[in-house]
Design a binder for this molecule. Structure first.
Ligand code: GLA
Length: 736
């Protein structure tokens, strides 16, 4: 009876309310009445969000009827007069705005029309549901499956699309979005995260105006050097940490991406996300499936903080390899030695690793190549044999030495690249991406290998596999990628040059898939000349990423702040180096809000500095699970104040860690108390300052250390955090 009633309402709503001007309304007088079938509603939900699709009985197309906070009764949508916005708009028929998909059929017809065919859902465990909606062109054997995976507890939605056809010959697609979403908020603020080498994740917000705004990358490899594939979209008004409606989105794709925001004449916004279709028309063979990468989205009605916590919780469980596991603290030698080292120096650094209480020594660039030794960045890349002058006894010796000294050993590689001064270049000129009839174009004196070629994939797989087979003691890899694509041409792809940007990334994933099958647990750091490749497509294979080559602790506060909107602390590698001129304490405290490591000559430290560091490492190991798996609250933004304050709280609310940094201190400037968040108001917490400096300088102003307060007090009154001295910091361990 209830069902019959709602069917009645649906039919009524269509036939009584539509107007002649409305594309959704009845046909003009004189034209035949189409047979009316009832609308179908497809609700897709997480704990606090609803995305509702509607199949319009009049035209058989799929519309987005609603996306936003959870509705108590989504049945009310059935009374809405118009069907909504096309869920996956096509090109060539009647869509007047940017399409999600465009294709040309075998007969030259450049249009697509997609009608609903069926939908079903699969339950994947208790928290995850995969919804699949099949759409087909009524005139051509061309189909699109929209995939919407929901992560209920985390309030995260993952969207991707599968495209397939059975026309006689291959067919070209020109647009192929992963996700299309619509909003009717009237005003929209977009926050983007962009930068360059050593200045990643700069935050900029602007109001969207009528027309199109695009955030994208065309760099191919190291694709995120100028723009990370993430955004925040605030609806109706600006959002802040604790209030406002905000959508956070990120594309899981390590190549060219595009987010397109189009505000139409009525003030509606469509957001189209996916691979950048620029110069990338793609030919699909009959019967083959073209699968887009995943767009990952979360919607919060209580500001950016909640959106970040949703993404972090999702990432730890589903997005980052071994996100709920542990990580190794390490000593790296790149900043400390550059290319200039030998066995003796490395053996000393192994001792230093042990002395500091760190888990692993990471040997960086410069350990390989003989005909053209890798003594600088102009030679040797591609020749992955130990350099005999620097390492006469090979990597095996270093692995054994590390083992003897009670630490682990890790190594840097950059297997997708080649220097023209290398044996690899001499032996395999056709394995390199470069244009015929044009001079080679170098960036950091190197070129990109053509991973679309299966032989090159085999080579890259073997570089890693042979190294790990010969030296099973290798416990960590840093996988680098130091240039973007330019002058791009693949000998292997012949007449399909526009496939390269997509095939490259999928080929990289193929290699990583194979490696992960064989080495599922090995921690691997994702690096790309700093943070030039940071996305959830890659993080399925990597345990962590190198956020930036810029390790100046002041700069790092801004960079890490930026990443914190989208990526959990466990995935962000922060090293203490000599780059910035701040105190060791300040540099240490900044590195601690993430995955901490060192890149510094320990034997140049004073006794006090060494003791301070040993103590800080012990503190870090004790508290790392709170930082890695806890909930993040950003309390005072460095973009708004001369300080930055944030805290992590564990899931049982028994332990928290607060980091406070004074960036600058103007004459007479006072800092307000900071209200904490995420604690239990009914419990009492003890505040203990840790990492107290033994270098003659106290952390910051008056310390709250030793005091006890209720969670209620801490969240309503707060703590004083901030000092009159620039570049000082405080870390509080907060325990029930
Ligand atoms: C890149 C990385 C650095 C370092 C160098 C080595 O720039 O970001 O951390 O590994 O390569 O050449």
């Amino acid at each position: 009876m209830k069902k019959l009633l709602s069917l009645f309402i649906v039919i009524c709503s269509v036939s009584f309310t539509a107007s002649a001007q409305d594309p959704m309304g009845p046909p003009p007088v004189g034209q035949p009445q189409m047979k009316q079938t009832p609308d179908i509603f497809i609700p897709v939900s997480t704990r606090n969000t609803d995305l509702v699709f509607r199949v319009n009985g009049r035209d058989g197309r799929l519309y987005q009827a609603y996306f936003g906070p959870k509705l108590v009764n989504s049945d009310n949508l059935k009374q809405m007069r118009d069907a909504g916005h096309l869920a996956y708009a096509t090109f060539g028929t009647d869509n007047l705005f940017e399409p999600a998909i465009r294709a040309t059929h075998n007969d030259g017809n450049p249009s697509l029309d997609l009608k609903y065919v069926s939908h079903h859902f699969e339950t994947i465990g208790t928290n995850v549901i995969l919804n699949r909606i099949l759409l087909k062109d009524p005139e051509y054997p061309f189909e699109v499956t929209l995939n919407i995976k929901t992560f209920a507890d985390e309030d995260v939605i993952e969207q991707w699309v599968e495209i397939k056809h059975n026309e006689k010959k291959p067919l070209t697609i020109f647009n192929y979005a992963s996700s299309m979403l619509h909003f009717d908020a009237g005003r929209y603020w977009l926050t983007q995260f962009h930068g360059d080498w050593a200045e990643e994740m700069k935050i900029q917000e602007s109001e969207l105006t009528a027309g199109i705004k695009i955030l994208d990358s065309k760099l191919g490899t190291r694709a995120h050097m100028y723009q990370t594939p993430v955004f925040l979209l605030s609806l109706n008004g600006r959002s802040d940490e604790n209030s406002g409606e905000v959508l956070a989105g990120t594309l899981g794709w390590s190549g060219n991406f595009r987010f397109l925001f189009e505000v139409d004449e009525k003030g509606s916004l469509r957001v189209i996300s996916g691979i950048n279709p620029f110069a990338s028309e793609y030919t699909i063979e009959p019967g083959r499936v073209f699968k887009t990468p995943s767009m990952i989205l979360t919607y919060s009605t209580s500001g950016r903080g909640q959106a970040s916590r949703n993404l972090h919780r999702w990432a730890i469980k589903y997005g980052v390899l071994d996100g709920t596991g542990t990580r190794l603290t390490l000593l790296n030698n790149w900043e400390a030695t550059g290319f200039n080292f030998d066995e003796k120096k490395l053996s000393e650094i192994l001792d230093e690793t042990k002395k500091m209480g760190l888990d692993l020594f990471l040997l960086d660039d410069g350990w390989f190549a003989n005909k053209y030794p890798r003594n600088n960045d102009r030679a040797g890349l591609g020749d992955w044999q130990e350099n005999k002058a620097k390492l006469p006894d090979g990597l095996g010796y270093l692995v054994r030495e590390a083992d003897k000294k009670g630490v682990k050993f890790g190594i840097w590689i950059e297997p997708e690249m080649v220097n023209p001064k290398s044996e690899l270049y001499e032996n395999h000129p056709d394995w390199i991406l470069k244009l015929p009839n044009r001079p080679e174009h170098y960036f950091r004196n190197q070129l990109v290998l053509d991973l679309s070629n299966p032989k090159v994939q085999e080579f890259v797989f073997n570089v890693v596999d042979e190294m790990l087979t010969k030296n099973p003691g290798i416990a960590f890899i840093k996988w680098d990628c130091n240039r973007m694509m330019t002058n791009t041409y693949s000998v292997y792809l012949k007449d399909k040059q526009s496939h390269i940007y997509i095939d490259y990334v999928n080929s990289l994933y193929n290699v990583l898939d194979r490696l992960r099958k064989k080495y599922p647990a090995l921690p691997i750091m994702l690096c790309s000349g700093g943070g030039g490749r940071v996305d959830y497509g890659a993080l399925r294979y990597f345990t962590e990423f190198w956020a930036s080559d810029n390790t100046d602790a002041l700069e790092r506060i801004y960079i890490q702040w930026g990443y914190s909107y989208f990526f959990p602390a466990i995935s962000v590698c922060n090293h203490i180096t000599s780059w910035g001129r701040q105190s060791l304490k300040f540099r240490t405290d900044v590195a601690m809000m993430g995955k901490m490591g060192y890149d510094i000559r320990v034997n140049e430290m004073t006794e006090n500095e060494l003791k301070f560091s040993q103590n800080a490492i012990a503190n870090y190991k004790r508290l790392s699970d709170v930082i890695w798996q806890g909930d993040l609250y950003r309390l005072a933004s460095p973009y708004e104040e001369n300080r930055a304050v944030l805290m992590y709280v564990n899931s049982t609310k028994t332990k928290a860690v607060l980091f406070g940094y004074t960036l600058n201190a103007r004459y007479g400037e006072t800092f307000n108390r900071v209200r904490l968040q995420g604690l239990d108001p009914g419990r009492t917490y003890k505040i203990q300052e840790i990492n107290t400096a033994t270098e003659g300088r106290r952390g910051m102003g008056m310390s709250e250390s030793g005091r006890s307060y209720t969670g209620d007090y801490l969240m309503k009154v707060g703590l004083s955090v901030g000092s009159a001295s620039p570049l000082t910091s405080t870390v509080y361990e907060i325990s029930e």
